[in-house]
Design a protein around this ligand. Structure first.
Ligand code: PXG
Length: 462
């Protein structure tokens, strides 16, 4: 017998709690699932069902659930000094120690950190920093930031504007001025007739074309996620990021890597740009920095940008009450210690990442799967109506059928949390996942794909 009254929690939830990105009418008809506990790679709902959390919460619980060290560090800091601001010529030891630690872990060009409480605020901060940078250098007209369609950079006005989600732009008058978008490096949407290598160069050339269209004297920066996460785990060809880097250098524009998902070991390097072969001037981080235990985000700033903002810029009129929050920073330090002590980043690079790649690719033999690919510990598979040797030639489902959501329902119902982005099913498990747990997860996924297949057959959709 559960200690929770699920029905009553659901009723109060539907009466009072507005969820993010949710259609409330349909949710209250069904009732939200109530999550109550986590341990390692598993979470439990209020009815006692255990689920394999293939999404690390929401791409963030890198160290896994139930890490007492993180809770203890936050608890001790809350007793010592739960909060003090960093505005008025004050600081606090955990914020200083974390800034130093992050600079140590980041690629060598980085020297400073600006703290926020989320990835969205990090990207807001980046817009202000980038525009301030060019302003200080006497080029205030350089205010245009180039991003990509289907990118996700957060949900504040600035984050959603930088992002390229058409559904978000359709609500609330977005994007804000001087944010423009190019097409994403999505081989299966745009790369027919090219090798992946050729397509990577081709997709990067869209950046150059956009810079020339806008006018280089107007362009401030380019922003991208190393691997697009919320857009559906879109893994760019290896040739893409080095070419993006070259183009940014050629035109002297700043390069921003949004590391909110890819940072802190997700791709087998501390930051995703290292895996992708790019050398950004600014990086947004959040999520994995505390493994999601307490909200924390921020911006890593390179010497080049810091030098202008700090040495020449004077006061930067920007900041949040919780910038450098002591308890959040203490939790982050404990979390980073776990990632280091357990060598989790190297484990992703050398052990669990390659093992997942090998085993996940085998799902490609399933009758519903057109492509199954991964990078580090993010992976995705495309559900297709009729298979062909390459995804370009597969017959896809009518998007209106929402086959991905049907599949997600079978996953959730059978103890596996896997997200659907259209008809692409994606995972990003905690970095502490073991080979045996990868086997367990892939067994669950295969079983749920079978159930989905049988369901689609009974509906006459395959
Ligand atoms: N950048 C990236 C790359 C992200 O993935 C943010 C910024 C914003 O972070 P905050 O902390 O403000 O949420 C994110 C967040 C999804 C999903 O559907 C992904 C995110 C958030 C919500 C949903 O996969 N990523």
């Amino acid at each position: 017998m559960s200690q929770y009254d699920t029905r009553s929690i659901q009723q109060d939830d539907s009466a009072h709690y507005m969820h993010p990105f949710t259609d409330h009418k349909s949710l209250s008809a069904r009732g939200a699932r109530v999550m109550v506990k986590g341990e390692g790679v598993y979470i439990w709902d209020s009815e006692g069902q255990r689920l394999f959390d293939g999404m690390s919460g929401l791409w963030c619980v890198n160290a896994g659930y139930g890490r007492k060290e993180i809770a203890d560090a936050a608890y001790a800091q809350m007793l010592q000094l739960p909060f003090y601001n960093s505005f008025f010529q004050t600081t606090n030891p955990p914020a200083v120690a974390l800034a130093k630690k992050l600079v140590e872990l980041a690629p060598p060009q980085f020297s400073h950190v600006f703290f926020t409480s989320s990835g969205s605020e990090g990207n807001d901060t980046i817009i202000r920093m980038v525009r301030r940078y060019w302003d200080v250098l006497g080029q205030p007209q350089k205010s245009v930031i180039i991003s990509r369609h289907n990118a996700y950079h957060g949900s504040t006005m600035a984050g959603a504007s930088l992002g390229g989600m058409s559904g978000m732009h359709a609500q609330g008058g977005l994007p804000i001025p001087d944010i423009v978008h190019i097409e994403q490096p999505h081989y299966f949407e745009h790369g027919r007739g090219m090798t992946e290598e050729q397509f990577g160069l081709h997709a990067a050339s869209w950046l150059e074309a956009k810079i020339l269209e806008v006018g280089v004297e107007r362009v401030a920066a380019f922003i991208g996620e190393p691997v697009q996460g919320a857009g559906g785990v879109i893994i760019p060809p290896a040739s893409y990021w080095p070419e993006i880097q070259r183009i940014c250098e050629k035109y002297g524009i700043l390069l921003i890597s949004d590391e909110v998902i890819c940072g802190f070991g997700r791709l087998g390097t501390w930051f995703g740009c290292e895996k992708m072969g790019a050398k950004p001037d600014l990086m947004t981080f959040a999520k994995g920095v505390t493994s999601g235990y307490i909200p924390l985000g921020g911006v890593l700033v390179s010497q080049k940008v810091a030098q202008v903002l700090i040495e020449q810029g004077g006061e930067f009129n920007h900041g949040f009450t919780y910038s450098g929050h002591p308890a959040a920073c203490a939790a982050a330090l404990a979390n980073l210690k776990i990632l280091q002590d357990e060598d989790l980043v190297r484990r992703v690079a050398e052990d669990t990442g390659p093992y997942l790649a090998q085993e996940f690719a085998k799902l490609g033999d399933h009758p519903l799967v057109g492509l199954a690919n991964s990078c580090g510990l993010v992976a995705g598979l495309n559900l297709v109506k009729k298979k062909a040797p390459v995804l370009h030639d597969c017959e896809l489902f009518d998007p209106a059928l929402e086959v991905g959501m049907v599949c997600r329902g079978h996953m959730f119902g059978n103890g596996m949390i896997m997200r659907a982005v259209g008809d692409r099913m994606i995972i990003a498990p905690p970095l502490c996942v073991t080979r045996a747990q990868i086997d367990e997860m892939l067994g669950l996924i295969r079983d749920c794909l079978d159930k989905t297949h049988a369901d689609l057959q009974s509906r006459g959709w395959v």
